[in-house]
Design a protein around this ligand. Structure first.
Ligand code: PMP
Ligand code: GLN
Length: 386
């Protein structure tokens, strides 16, 4: 037997970059601008509702598809913000975060050998889930500095074995919000090649300037082939609760429930109550979330620029890509991020890990700006001393 009992196709996925860099941040007491999580509390109503739910005894298994209140809240949210009409009982399912939703969807829908195409760079869990399913993971590159998609390149990547597209907008790690033209191009290809589309929309309320989040499921002919995934973690600053949801035609929800029930079955009853309260908040509270992050984006952009880094434009999320070439550091972004916590007291994520060809992005580093203004200012000052 070889050294590790881990099956071969998962050997490249042992420790996530987020754990690795967060451990380094803790060891060196660094400001963690690596792993994406906010450092302020979410809406009081969300927190209070979960506390009350625990006190009121909502502590046993929820239904496998999620508590009815949350499924209804997701339905109403999708209608209020995007005009989508869903049936809460057959077309919505709650999951243990967007991660479980995505993994369960891939395990349910990807046959061994099927090709799954994602935007490059890609959030790390997609490739891991495709490997678990025995699928073939392919990427189509977004072009910096604005991380635009060339739809012709996406078309060229599609083969007769392609079954699934994974579209993430607003996009982690680049902060790109796919434009209506890009989304229409994707939709046209998905329909022409009869593909299933999994859309990861966890940053749907973190959109800036005149960018607009458009769910692919709202485009003509797309609802019937799209599984829309989101999560409470970022919107309500509760990343540790791990409450996400999917919405899709009933036959997709039924298929994905088959894998989901063998993963967690169900989770987080009191948190589901809290998130239902959050999704029912007035629209101006959601707008305020985006506006708050927009200010933090500007602060970090200013700080990183002053520290000598070249920052790329960010239309959404709480991530910013920066090019470290100008620092004359003798090494790639990964080595930079390994040394950063000890040398400066700041942690970041080397973006190359999100690329199929890491050497093609070896000067790119991702910073998370979901931190209080004084924390971002201190991080920028520390980076300036590098
Ligand atoms: N997708 C993307 C693009 C993410 O950035 C994250 C991290 N929030 C997730 C999925 C995972 O979400 P969750 O924590 O709800 O599992
Ligand atoms: N989504 C978070 C990020 O991109 C990380 C979540 C995790 O650690 N799995 O930073």
């Amino acid at each position: 037997m070889s050294d590790s009992p881990l099956i071969e196709r998962l050997r490249g996925f042992t420790t996530t970059i987020f754990s690795e860099m967060s451990q380094l941040a803790t060891r060196h007491d660094a400001i963690n601008l690596g792993q994406g999580f906010p450092d302020t509390a979410g809406p009081q109503e969300v927190l209070d509702t979960a506390v009350h739910a625990i006190r009121d005894g909502a502590n046993q298994y929820p239904p496998g598809h999620g508590i009815p209140d949350l499924r209804r809240a997701v339905t109403e949210h999708q209608h209020r913000f995007y005009g989508l009409e869903l049936d809460p009982f057959s077309q919505v399912m709650v999951s243990a975060g967007a991660t479980e939703a995505m993994t369960a969807a891939i395990l349910a829908l990807c046959e061994i050998g099927d090709e799954v195409i994602a935007l490059e760079p890609s959030y790390d869990c997609y490739a891991g889930a495709v490997a678990m399913a025995g699928g073939v993971f392919k990427q189509v590159r977004l072009h910096e500095p604005a991380y635009t998609l060339d739809v012709a390149e996406l078309e060229a990547a599609i083969s007769p074995r392609t079954r699934i597209l994974i579209i993430n907008t607003p996009h982690n790690p680049t902060g790109h919000v796919l434009t209506e033209a890009e989304l229409r191009g994707i939709a046209e290809l998905a329909i022409r090649h009869d593909l299933i589309v999994l859309t990861d929309e966890v940053y749907e309320h973190m959109v800036f300037d005149d960018h607009r989040h458009i769910p692919l499921a709202t485009l003509p002919g797309m609802f019937e082939r799209t599984v829309t995934i989101s999560s409470a973690g970022k919107t309500f600053s509760v990343t540790g609760w791990k409450i996400g949801w999917l919405s899709a035609p009933a036959e997709f929800i039924d298929a994905i429930h088959t894998t989901k029930q063998n993963m967690t079955y169900a989770s987080g009853t009191p948190f589901q109550h809290g998130v239902a309260a959050g999704l029912a908040l007035p629209a101006d509270r959601f707008r305020a979330i985006g506006a708050g992050y927009q200010q933090l984006r500007d602060l970090l952009a200013e700080g990183l620029t002053a520290a000598g880094l070249k920052v790329h434009p960010v239309g959404g999320t709480f991530f910013m890509m920066a090019d470290i070439s100008s620092l004359n550091f003798d090494g790639d972004g990964y080595e930079f991020c390994r040394q950063l916590p000890e040398r400066t007291g700041v942690a970041a994520i080397p973006a190359q890990v999100f690329y199929g060809e890491p050497q093609s992005a070896q000067n790119l580093v991702r910073f998370c700006f979901g931190k209080r203004p004084e924390v971002l200012a201190e991080a920028a000052a520390r980076l300036h001393r590098w």
